[in-house]
Design a protein around this ligand. Structure first.
Ligand code: B12
Ligand code: SF4
Length: 585
């Protein structure tokens, strides 16, 4: 193994070390020698709203980990996000001392190809692998590389470069999503910013790759409520939005930090809103009242299963339906996730599981097939029992089509048929998620509107709910027009009447409604004619060693358009015209 010259980030020739950090190459979500069509690079369209046809939510997330690494080493760093294979090769040829490749298990073959390209084009470069794919067994023997970083990456990368692994963490400023749209309509406003209070989760649920990858430990990047407030305030001032997507698997687990954050917001009379992930035990411990005070607007809950056989300690004694409706009453959107084709499922009981998830009436529902990913307890157990399908290529280990373990009751394509049907049933029964979102937001608004007196935090929350309802309500006509069934059409029309009553539309709101319907119809035509694939554009971000010291929070972004040539993407871009500026922040 080669070593990076460890002279505090500067090599012997006196120039800073040059590092390329790259995510895997696209195209994504297509069947080719490197990937599968089900493995789409979009969170909701892949695993949440994918059964909702043109009402599916579309957006991309950058490879956040890479920007954290870039902001926390003293070197000239280029981050290459969503490159094509050719673009990656061209960049490697620029001459880097270190090439870092971030990947997850289903993208193993892409990472191997990138290492191969690097060896050919830049034989002198040190190859470092990181991200969840690093947990693939014996990865160093399967991919030609020099270092493998498992778990948290900032400390090890700094150590590798001879820099202080325990230096303070700089939190970069990043949008949480790119090119958000639904029905082809760009999401209004500035996208929420990203906030990563820490990585890992101590709960260690048996299937959970995140918890096990980080050694069932939690590494805090922002360890106090005050640090969180200061970071959020700085980012909000830079971006112009007070909305944050909190990328932390179980953010409320550190209750005191979250309570301190509320105190800071109240003390400074500056209120942010947060989208969070949380287990139910922590929601219960934190309390619904505190969730409102924290101004949580979205929560992702791992409901996992209706029965104790398929569940975990975190959900002991949970009445999921009640909790979800209490959250929705407060205007908090809920995403409930569940696991299908688990060991205890059979063709006789799996429909009960789907019915249970439908009955929750959450705003969003995620279905995933139970997937024993390397490093988890589940993987080890299944391996010991000889259940793992080691013959199944890693590209298929994404949990949306094939089972990666042998389950006697779900042979062949049975798992795929169940998961596809679950998404469709949920959509047909509960209507599209956008409709549910508007309904929940209006509920939360009405609840505050009924109160005589509101404190400053509640006033800020009410304003935010109003803005959200006004922004999306014009789409209700389009939902009714393109409804999946009569029930959805009636629900959309009822809700439109209710919104008009609670929030009388302005002239502009009235004009937006037919425009939104026309765009939604155009989007449906595009999908029917050309399919629904959208590829993320390549994003190149360069930071310089000295610039990190001068302005640690600012990451200049340069957008490269070489992936925009696809005809279908150009058509998509017409419908999503306003999303482009978000890339040039
Ligand atoms: C955001 C996210 C995505 C985004 C990806 C965006 C992108 N540009 O790649 C979206 C939503 C598109 C996505 C999709 C999928 N994802 Co995903 N995703 C996540 C999520 C929720 C957060 C990752 C994150 O940003 N964390 C915050 C940053 C700071 O942490 P980090 O990425 O882990 O990076 C740290 C270290 O890993 C390390 N590191 C990372 N890269 C590198 C590189 C180098 C060189 C070094 C030294 C270190 C290093 O250092 C970083 C700082 O500590 C994780 C769950 C989680 N909480 O981790 C799942 C997760 C990574 N996803 C997973 C999976 C399975 C998928 C899907 C296959 C699921 C599906 N069927 O939809 C698809 C695949 C899509 C595709 N074509 O690649 C699994 C990976 C499992 C595994 N063992 O490989 C995870 C762990 C979820 C889970 N628990 O199962 N995902
Ligand atoms: S609570 Fe969530 S993040 Fe934590 S181990 Fe369980 S599934 Fe994973």
């Amino acid at each position: 193994m080669r070593e990076v010259n460890p002279v505090r980030g500067v090599n012997v020739s006196g120039r800073p070390i040059r590092i390329l950090l790259s995510g895997v190459f696209g195209p994504f979500g297509v069947d080719d020698e490197f990937g599968r069509k089900e493995n789409i690079m979009e969170l909701f369209h892949n695993q949440v709203t994918r059964g909702q046809d043109t009402a599916s939510f579309r957006f991309f997330h950058r490879s956040f980990g890479l920007y954290f690494l870039a902001a926390n080493v003293n070197a000239d760093v280029t981050v290459l996000d969503f490159p094509s294979r050719g673009r990656f090769e061209k960049e490697v040829a620029q001459g880097y001392d270190v090439v870092g490749i971030s990947f997850i298990a289903p993208n193993f073959v892409k990472a191997r190809e990138m290492a191969r390209i690097t060896r050919r084009v830049a034989p002198g470069a040190t190859i470092v692998l990181g991200g969840h794919g690093a947990a693939v067994e014996d990865v160093e023997e399967k991919i030609d590389c020099d270092h493998v970083v498992r778990g948290e990456g900032i400390g090890p990368l700094r150590r590798l470069l001879g820099q202080d692994p325990d230096a303070p963490i700089v939190h970069p400023t990043l949008p949480s999503s790119e090119r958000s749209s639904v029905f082809g309509l760009p999401a209004p406003g500035i996208p929420a910013s990203l906030l990563v209070p820490g990585v890992g989760c101590v709960n260690g649920c048996r299937f959970c790759s995140t918890s096990h990858f980080f050694g069932k430990n939690y590494t805090a990047y922002l360890s106090t409520g005050r640090q969180m407030f200061e970071t959020a305030r700085r980012i909000a001032d830079e971006t112009g939005t007070d909305e944050f997507f909190v990328m932390d698997e179980n953010f409320l687990k550190d209750k005191q930090r979250a309570l301190d954050l509320i105190d800071e917001m109240e003390r400074h009379d500056r209120y942010f809103s947060f989208h969070i992930f949380s287990s139910t035990e922590t929601i219960r411990a934190f309390g619904l009242h505190n969730l409102e005070r924290l101004n949580v607007t979205f929560v992702w809950i791992g409901v996992e299963s209706s029965s104790s056989e398929g569940n975990f300690e975190k959900n002991d004694g949970l009445d999921a339906r009640r909790l979800i409706s209490q959250l929705q009453e407060r205007g908090i959107l809920v995403l409930a996730s569940s696991i299908l084709c688990a060991e205890h499922h059979t063709p006789d009981n799996i429909q009960n599981e789907i019915d249970f998830m439908i009955g929750l009436e959450a705003d969003f529902v995620q279905f995933m097939l139970l997937t024993p990913l390397p490093v988890t307890k589940l993987y080890k157990d299944h391996k010991a029992r000889g259940l793992l399908r080691m013959d199944l290529p890693l590209e298929e280990w994404h949990g949306q089509k094939e089972l990666s373990y042998r389950h006697p009751d779900f042979p062949g394509d049975a798992a795929q048929r169940w998961i596809d049907s679950a998404f469709r049933q949920e959509y047909e029964a509960n209507s599209c998620s956008l409709l549910r979102v508007i309904r929940t937001v209006v509920k939360g608004y009405e609840r505050l509107d009924r109160r005589w007196q509101l404190d400053a935090g509640q006033k800020a929350r009410k304003r935010m709910l109003e803005d959200c309802a006004r922004a999306w309500a014009p789409v209700l006509g389009g939902i009714a027009h393109l409804a999946v069934n009569r029930q959805e059409r009636e629900r959309a029309l009822d809700l439109a009447r209710r919104v008009r009553r609670v929030l009388p539309p302005t002239l502009l709101d009235r004009l937006k409604s037919p425009a939104a319907t026309a765009l939604a119809v155009a989007w449906r035509a595009r999908v029917r004619l050309l399919g629904d694939s959208i590829q993320p554009v390549t994003i190149v971000t360069r930071t310089q060693a000295q610039r990190i010291r001068i302005a640690p929070s600012t990451i200049p972004v340069e957008v490269v358009s070489d992936d925009r040539e696809r005809v279908s993407d150009q058509i998509a871009a017409v419908a999503m015209w306003a999303t482009e500026p978000t890339l040039a922040n």
